[in-house]
Ligand binder design. Structure first.
Ligand SMILES: C[S@@+](CC[C@H](N)C(=O)[O-])C[C@H]1O[C@@H](n2cnc3c(N)ncnc32)[C@H](O)[C@@H]1O
Length: 198
């Protein structure tokens, strides 16, 4: 079956830069398992989620990833892969809402730059997040939303008491698709420590 894996080399590189054998991977867009074969086969545990019923593998659950997250959360995942078609924003929000551990690694693909419809969907998603400046929505509409996306990630993290501790982002050729990786850590302990020292 044909799965659009875009610039596979960059995708693999960005994942390998972050993943280790001790990671427990939740792969929300599992597809044909190219990332599993190249990056995750030696990990401690792997669970893939895939909407297409034709894709059947032992470690892949057939489901829409948003419903899966509603029903199961992220479990004990230490590494979440959001290799999305279009915008990865909805999945990112649900992952953060369901994250209970102190830290998490996340890789993402965001094709939001491809066409107006996808940009529009990101603009709509941003409209539901707190304190989004109208000029940020304008940025989206004008095709330059790297900063907007980073701010969106940061705000979603802050809302769920996390902060981004490392962030890396690269583009597929002609800037059409973004590939990114980040590590996040909870701010809960920081808050507790701050309160103690008052
Ligand atoms: C870009 S491909 C992912 C490729 C995959 N990472 C790999 O290594 O082969 C996107 C995959 O996500 C699936 N998909 C799209 N929307 C989904 C959803 N809402 N929930 C689960 N899977 C979805 C598509 O059917 C497709 O197989």
């Amino acid at each position: 079956m044909q799965i659009d894996n875009g610039d596979t080399k960059s995708k693999i590189k960005i994942r390998r830069s972050l993943v280790t054998n001790s990671d427990i991977v939740l792969d929300l867009f599992a597809g044909n398992g190219e990332m599993f074969n190249s990056c995750y086969s030696n990990c401690k545990k792997y669970t893939g989620i895939e909407i297409k019923k034709e894709i059947v593998r032992d470690n892949v659950v057939t489901s829409d990833n948003l419903s899966y997250l509603d029903n199961n959360g992220i479990g004990d995942a230490t590494f979440v892969d959001i290799d999305a078609y279009g915008s990865c924003a909805k999945q990112f929000i649900k992952v953060l809402e369901n994250c209970k551990s102190d830290s998490l690694k996340i890789v993402f693909t965001d094709g939001g730059k491809i066409d107006a419809q996808r940009r529009q969907s990101l603009v709509k998603e941003l409209a539901h997040t707190d304190n989004v400046d109208p000029s940020e929505k304008l940025f989206c509409a004008y095709y330059v939303y790297d900063d907007v996306l980073k701010r969106f990630f940061a705000k979603t993290c802050a809302k769920n008491m996390y902060h981004i501790t490392s962030f890396y982002m690269t583009h597929k050729d002609r800037n059409q698709v973004l590939y990114g990786a980040m590590t996040i850590e909870t701010t809960r302990q920081i808050k507790i420590n701050q309160n103690k020292s008052k």
